[in-house]
Write a protein that binds this ligand. Structure first.
Ligand SMILES: Cc1ncc(C[n+]2csc(CCOP(=O)(O)OP(=O)(O)O)c2C)c(N)n1
Ligand SMILES: [Mg+2]
Length: 328
């Protein structure tokens, strides 16, 4: 395994904080707008999972590729999709990343390496293998990151992708965001081996289990895996343990999650916890963090204003960009 320095410096810690808080504040605003009936969309909240993409993406550039799933707004924001374009897409406006025709389930923004959001469980992995193969053939040094959930590890595509990536030494990092639930089913109820990282042994690749809510541990594990992929040493399976703070989708009250389990997770809410840790350990003052938060709030205010004042797509757009040639 490639051995590199994996402790984040202050600048990196603040970059992780900024991304994690951006995700957190955006989520608050999405929920507020949904509740007020101002936007209508299927929304899969990433609350509780903010640290994972924030800590992964600081080691990536816009040249690196990302694939993710319906619960992927956090991955997109962390990778760098501009907040205003993301909002416009979620609100179904022409100014969105996909001209308002993709919506939350299909955010795509190649300019920042965000190649695909899929609603098909497990599909982010073979797509990442394809992108990584392209990079390998071109020799462009790009790394592909595939995000998926714990439930996706029981889909055939998971095994096929890990095997293919291992055999061809593809530059992929498989990031399993293990939030302990797949829709209404707990991990233990649907998975024989709940220690997901152990599955990597079947393909002879490193399998690392990490507390995804710990920014330092998450950063270190991701950086090692990304550097390994970039060095041509092949893929890694990274299991980021976390918790889903909401029901599966907006409107699901999550009643099947035991109250105690939920309360214990919420008491460790990762973004406020990280904020406190940064101050306690002298990485930032409360004033510096307040200034970051205020700037992020302004960014979101501006994004909402931009999205809501943009036009909805014209009816003629329904068929445009959908087929290889435009139908009459
Ligand atoms: C191939 C496929 N099978 C089933 C579904 C229905 N489905 C949507 S989300 C989901 C749960 C997936 O859970 P997990 O992979 O843990 O991701 P999470 O939602 O927790 O982020 C299921 C079964 C689907 N979208 N695609
Ligand atoms: Mg899950």
């Amino acid at each position: 395994m490639t051995s590199m320095t994996t402790a984040p410096d202050d600048k990196t810690l603040l970059a992780i904080y900024r991304k994690a808080m951006l995700i957190r504040l955006n989520d608050d605003r999405f929920v507020e707008m949904l509740k007020a009936g101002k936007i209508v969309m299927p929304y899969y909240s990433p609350r509780g999972q903010e640290i994972i993409p924030a800590a992964v993406s600081v080691s990536l550039t816009h040249e690196d590729y990302l694939s993710t799933i319906y619960r992927g707004v956090h991955d997109m924001l962390a990778k760098g999709v501009p907040t205003r374009l993301l909002w416009a897409e979620l609100a179904g406006r022409v100014t969105g990343t996909c001209k308002g025709k993709g919506g939350p389930m299909h955010i795509t923004h190649p300019e920042t390496g965000c190649m695909v959001t899929t609603g098909i469980v497990g599909a982010s992995m073979p797509l990442a293998c394809g992108m990584a193969l392209a990079s390998q053939v071109r020799g462009d040094g790009r790394v592909s990151v595939a995000n998926f959930g714990d439930g996706a590890t029981n889909i055939g595509a998971f095994h096929e992708s890990l095997n293919l990536a291992a055999v061809w030494k593809l530059p992929v990092v498989f990031v399993c965001q293990n939030n302990l639930y797949a829709e209404h089913t707990s991990l233990a109820d649907g998975t024989a081996v709940t220690d997901i990282a152990r599955r990597a042994a079947s393909y002879g690749i490193p399998g690392v289990s990490v507390n995804g809510n710990d920014p330092v541990a998450m950063y270190g594990a991701a950086r090692t895996a990304i550097e390994r992929a970039r060095a041509g040493e092949g893929p890694t399976l990274l299991e980021a343990r976390t918790f889903r703070f909401s029901g599966h989708v907006y409107g699901d009250d999550g009643h099947y999650i035991p109250k105690g389990e939920y309360a214990a997770a919420l008491a460790q809410d990762p973004v406020p916890k990280f904020r406190g840790w940064l101050q306690q350990h002298g990485h930032a003052t409360a004033g510096e963090l307040d200034a970051i938060d205020a700037q992020l709030t302004r960014e979101i205010d501006e994004a909402v204003e931009f999205a809501m004042s943009s036009a909805l797509p014209d009816i003629i757009e329904l068929k445009r960009d959908v087929y290889a040639y435009e139908l009459a």
